[in-house]
Design a protein around this ligand. Structure first.
Ligand SMILES: *Cc1c(COP(=O)(O)O)cnc(C)c1O
Length: 411
């Protein structure tokens, strides 16, 4: 194994002082940060004390090209120096080009349209407003689903701990168990006359990397077509090459009416998008219905265009598939690992005991950034440029150390 530097308690003095300032100045919405990070390069980041970490979380599926990719940096610098922001009273070429490219990559039919925003929750707010514009009200969402923290997106998010402090949320929401075809059919039958939309993530991210079966996705498609409701695919985490396809719904061979994007789209620059497929969905939001000051400004669009350029030029779809399969087969073979879920470079390592928090903490102390979305799951959503050699460093650490933590946890 290569030397990852020291990550012990003695090396943390400077980071500790910064974290004290953090605690006094920032709202406590995220709990205590693991480290203070100062720079990154590719799949590596450094903390305030000079320790190096292999970043297998990628800013939660955001840093698609890793940190500081030269083409991405150059595109942002160039656009910033040329024209960064204009307001939506004006159009810019980077924004038009990005919209055209997304429609093409999504194989969207004639009449499809794009709306740009700045985040995942905003993209889902726009999708929710599209659902309301159908003239019907009921939205079906899934247990375990996550769609964001603003009030519309939160209303479509199932987790009670996130919802309860902010009740009352929007009404006419119906939740069904994930991947339960019969429950979905029953919920649709019960709400047939008022069904505006079904929203789902093709692979649930925040609840622990849980893919929906292609049969369930096909049934959601069939039912929404039959009842003239929108099928909204929340691809905020799964979209933009993360799963080895441009968009995860393409793996299931279906096309939604609405797709929401954010995380990986700008490669670390904030941007979100809503794709409306076809004339009907494309025409739901009309002049005056929706807007945002920053959405799709030239700087954000240039960052996203650069991200798509690199993904295309380096065929990161194929690369994500290859490195993802390598991680999957290697990790699946370890004692204490029950299964590895997901596609491409969106992987959930299912542990034999509910020790994911302890494993994630031991990992960061050893120089690996991973994340425990559920008690028995470690999530990997690294840069799409992660190399097999880098993946092997983590596999070796898991083989040496995590197996022991898991067996201690189940004892
Ligand atoms: C992260 C996420 C969101 C929310 O995105 P923000 O940019 O944090 O608002 C919505 N949906 C899914 C599937 C996500 O993973």
């Amino acid at each position: 194994m290569t030397d990852l530097g020291t990550h012990g308690e003695a090396g943390l003095e400077r980071g500790r002082v910064d974290l004290q300032r953090y605690g006094h100045a920032l709202m406590g919405t995220y709990g205590e940060p693991m480290r203070v990070l100062t720079r990154g390069e590719g799949s590596w980041v450094w903390d305030a004390d000079g320790n190096r970490y292999l970043d297998l979380l990628g800013g939660i599926a955001v840093n698609a090209l890793g940190h500081g990719h030269p083409a991405w940096v150059a595109a942002i610098a160039q656009q910033a120096a040329t024209l960064a922001h204009t307001s939506n009273f004006f159009a810019t070429e980077p924004q038009i080009r990005l919209a055209e490219r997304l429609l093409e990559l999504a194989q969207a039919p004639h009449g499809s349209r794009v709306f740009f925003c700045n985040s995942g929750t905003e993209a889902n707010e726009a999708a929710f407003k599209m659902a309301r514009k159908t003239g019907k009200r009921t939205v079906i969402a899934l247990e375990g689903g996550f769609h964001g923290r603003s009030m519309g997106a939160l209303s479509m998010t199932h987790k009670e701990a996130l919802r309860a402090p902010f009740a009352p949320l929007l009404e006419h929401m119906v939740f069904v168990p994930r991947d339960d075809v019969d429950a979905l059919k029953a919920a649709v039958a019960e709400n047939a006359a008022d069904l505006a939309a079904i929203i789902l993530e093709p692979i649930q991210g925040e609840s622990g990397v849980r893919p929906l079966s292609h049969a369930f996705l096909a049934m959601a498609r069939e039912l929404t077509l039959r009842h003239e409701a929108l099928l909204v695919m929340d691809e905020v985490q799964t979209g933009v090459a993360r799963t080895g396809a441009w968009f995860a719904h393409q793996l299931a061979g279906i096309q939604p009416d609405v797709m929401t994007l954010a995380k990986g789209l700008g490669g670390g620059f904030p941007i979100g998008a809503v794709i409306a497929f076809g004339e009907k969905a494309g025409g739901l939001l009309v002049k005056g219905d929706h807007g945002t000051t920053f959405g799709g400004n030239a700087l954000a669009a240039a960052a996203a265009n650069a991200t798509l350029d690199v993904i295309q030029e380096q065929d990161l779809l194929a690369h994500a598939k290859t490195v993802g399969e390598h991680l999957r087969t290697s990790l699946e073979a370890l004692d204490g690992v029950v299964e590895v879920r997901g596609e491409g470079l969106m992987l959930g390592i299912g542990l034999a005991a509910p020790v994911s928090a302890a494993v994630a903490k031991a990992a960061v102390d050893a120089g690996f950034i991973v994340n425990p979305p559920s008690p028995d799951t470690i999530r990997l959503v690294p840069a799409l440029t992660l190399t097999t050699a880098e993946a092997d460093l983590f596999i070796a650490w898991m083989a040496e150390h995590a197996t022991r933590l898991i067996s201690e946890g189940s004892a």
